[in-house]
Design a protein around this ligand. Structure first.
Ligand SMILES: N[C@@H](CCC(=O)N[C@@H](CS)C(=O)NCC(=O)O)C(=O)O
Length: 222
C-alpha cells in the first residue's frame, strides 16, 4: 500500500495517474491547500518543501519520496514499467520528464498565477509566461509530429507533461495549429487509468473551499 498526499492539481494528478496505470494499491490523503495544511509541521517532516505530492511506501519500510519527478521515477523503477531500463531508452524518458519539471510545470504555473490569480493584472508578466508556454507547446508538437508518444512507448514523460498540458485553457494559452499536440492530449485523456487518476482526490474527500476551487477549475478543463 502506498500513501499518497495529494490535492486536485497537476502535480498531484501525475502521481494518482501513474499509480492507476501501474495498478498499485494506494490511499489518497487529500491535503487542504486552502488551509495551508502542506505547511504544517507533521507534513514538513515528510516533504521539507511544504508542497504536494508526497508518497510513503508502506511496503518498503515506510520510505518517503517527495518531488513529483522523483516519485514518478521511484514508481517506474519499483515496478519496471512506464520507463525502459536500457540506458538510452531511460535517458530519453528522463529528458522529456525533466523538460516538464523545469519547463512546462513552472511556466504554466506562473502563467496561471499572473493570468488567473494575481489581484493586479500585469500585461508584461501575463504575456511573458503565456508566450513561453506556447513556445514549449510547439516543442512538444514538433516531437509528437514524428512520435506517437514523447519518448518511445507511453511513459512517465507522457504522464507528467499531460497532467499540466491538458489544462492549457486555464493558463489562457491556445493550442491552435498544434494538431499533433491535440492528438496526443486526446489519446491520453481517453485512457481509463488517466480518467481515474485525474479524479483524485474525489470531491467528497475535500473541504468546502477546495471543492469550490475544484469546481471552478473543472468548468474550464478538458
Ligand atoms: N516541484 C514540486 C512542485 C510541487 C508544487 O508546486 N505543488 C503545488 C500544487 S501543484 C503545491 O503544493 N502548492 C502549495 C504551496 O505552494 O504551498 C513537485 O514537482 O513536486
Amino acid at each position: 500500500m502506498i500513501e499518497l498526499y495529494t490535492a486536485e492539481t497537476p502535480n498531484g494528478w501525475k502521481i494518482s495517474i501513474a499509480l492507476e496505470e501501474l495498478g498499485l494499491p494506494y490511499h489518497a490523503r487529500p491535503i487542504a491547500l486552502s488551509k495551508n495544511e502542506q505547511k504544517e509541521e507533521w507534513y514538513l517532516k515528510l516533504n521539507p518543501n511544504g508542497r504536494i505530492p508526497t508518497i510513503v511506501d508502506r511496503d518498503n519500510g515506510d520510505f518517503v519520496v517527495f518531488e513529483s519527478g522523483a516519485i514518478l521515477i521511484y514508481l517506474a523503477e519499483k515496478t519496471g514499467r512506464l520507463m525502459p531500463t536500457d540506458p538510452k531508452g531511460r535517458s530519453r524518458v528522463l529528458q522529456w520528464t525533466m523538460f516538464q519539471m523545469g519547463g512546462i510545470g513552472p511556466m504554466m504555473g506562473q502563467a496561471n498565477v499572473f493570468f488567473r490569480y494575481a489581484p493586479e493584472k500585469i500585461p508584461y508578466a501575463i504575456e511573458r509566461y503565456q508566450r513561453e508556454v506556447r513556445r514549449l507547446f510547439e516543442v512538444l508538437n514538433r516531437q509528437l509530429a514524428e512520435h506517437e508518444f514523447l519518448a518511445g512507448d507511453y511513459s512517465i514523460a507522457d504522464i507528467c507533461n499531460w497532467s499540466w498540458v491538458h489544462s492549457y485553457e486555464w493558463s489562457g494559452v491556445s493550442i491552435e495549429g498544434l494538431a499533433h499536440l491535440k492528438r496526443w492530449i486526446d489519446t491520453i485523456a481517453a485512457r481509463p487509468a488517466v480518467q481515474r487518476g485525474r479524479a483524485v482526490p474525489p470531491p467528497a474527500d475535500l473541504g468546502a473551499q477546495d471543492q469550490k476551487t475544484l469546481e471552478g477549475g473543472r468548468k474550464i478543463l478538458v
